[in-house]
Design a protein around this ligand. Sequence first.
Ligand code: BG6
Length: 494
Amino acid sequence: MTHDRTTAPTSIVVFGGTGDLAKRKLFPAFFNLFIDEWMPVHFQIIALGRKPFDQEGFRAYVLENLKEFSRNKQFTEEQWTSFSEKITFLNFDITDENSFLHLNEKLTAFDVTCDNRANRLFYLSVAPNFIDSVSSSLKKAGMADEVKKDRIIIEKPFGYDKASAVALNQLLNQNFQEEQIYRIDHYLGKETVQNILAFRFANTVFEPLWSNRHIESVQITVAEQVGVEDRGGYYDHSGALRDMIQNHLLQILCMVAMDAPVEFESSLVRDKKAEILKTVRRIKPEDINHYTVRAQYTDGEINGKAKKAYRQEPGVDSNSNTETFVAMKFYIDNPRWQGVPFYMRTGKSMAQKKSCVIVNFKEVPNKTFVNGTDRLQRNQLTINIQPEMDIRLSFMAKKPGLDMTLNPVEMVFDYFESAPDSPEAYETLLIDALDGDSTLFMRSDQVEEAWDIIATIQEEWENGTYSPMHTYPAGSWGPEAADELLSRQGHRWL
Ligand code: BG6
């Protein structure tokens, strides 16, 4: 996370090189790192796929995608030409041993040009059922045997439930050392999410307030305006609990709630995160309805455009019982957080795209400025993750004038003002992986704990009887039941 330009020559291999992730995120990220001079001087990218591209055709396809998806669209022809020379496309069949032999030849040929065995970064952007065969084939061909040089990045979903995640971890651990495995959660690469730790642990003024002594509740919202678009087939077997809560929202929770590591070092940071996940209170099946709300969007309107219901989306079962919205309440059973509710909500086809953390402080204990039944607005700290990227602290201040009237004001730190062109999450994570820094990646125990937290909910929602499926119109903020989840405790979504 603190590096100079990565220097070791590296072969990057993208399994799923013609897929959506490679097109929208990976190639744009590598390209931006290249033009900002973060990539090693000597590298190659081998994209593996089954579409019938020749070299020129594949490079033209990458260029087209960069023009659409790259953060930096003002690049020169010269920059593109030097980058494109690093790209090779290999028509590849994951199930065919010969494909791996051919890949091995390309890797060895590159090593020869480096006069040394180059580092290797294998990006597995493939369906979960292929991870087994890819990792075993890599092992069998001896292509990723140098523990200090070879790394494997695994995209989500990392398993389908706890049992499958444990099995996947065992399988990966048979083929590679844990330090070679990089389980990616792109939320951890977002500037605003990383900054939560800097904000908390590099300042003296906030951390002493960061506990149940001063904090009343915490809210984490990741709302999306998009629906499931063309991902209905995948999403209908996943749902918001698996797709968002198990990973992105629980990772944000870790950043907000973890204790300070002694040093900003990978295993120490990850120990603290794992500790928090262990102390999140597990919800009993009979309490699921009290702690969680699930819902599915019906038809509605978003930005003045009609939006069809989830069950009518392509690839979705017309009787689907998959949730597109989740709201829930967690408690963390440790001395710092005992009794503080952490509310989370996430959904598709909602009123607005908005990801944020809101920390609600307790009421002022003294009554100095409380007039009759008037209440002072509580202090609130808002960490806007996206699309706004800022930190806002609201507090009460005297309104200018002759009398002592108070009103709430805000102090704001805006990222766009200080860094209008900050890197994308994938850029940060890829450079960390190239550098062998796994601080922002998930360790096996973290992933398993996160699945464990939602295990009873998954089971109950699939087989049980306690929890109804609510609905909400597309373009709204979710079902009323989500408001009731908070109002029972005198709280409301902010
Ligand atoms: C992905 C989910 O992990 O994150 C998607 O699978 C979701 O369903 C996406 O839309 C949200 O990411 P971002 O960065 O757009 O907030």
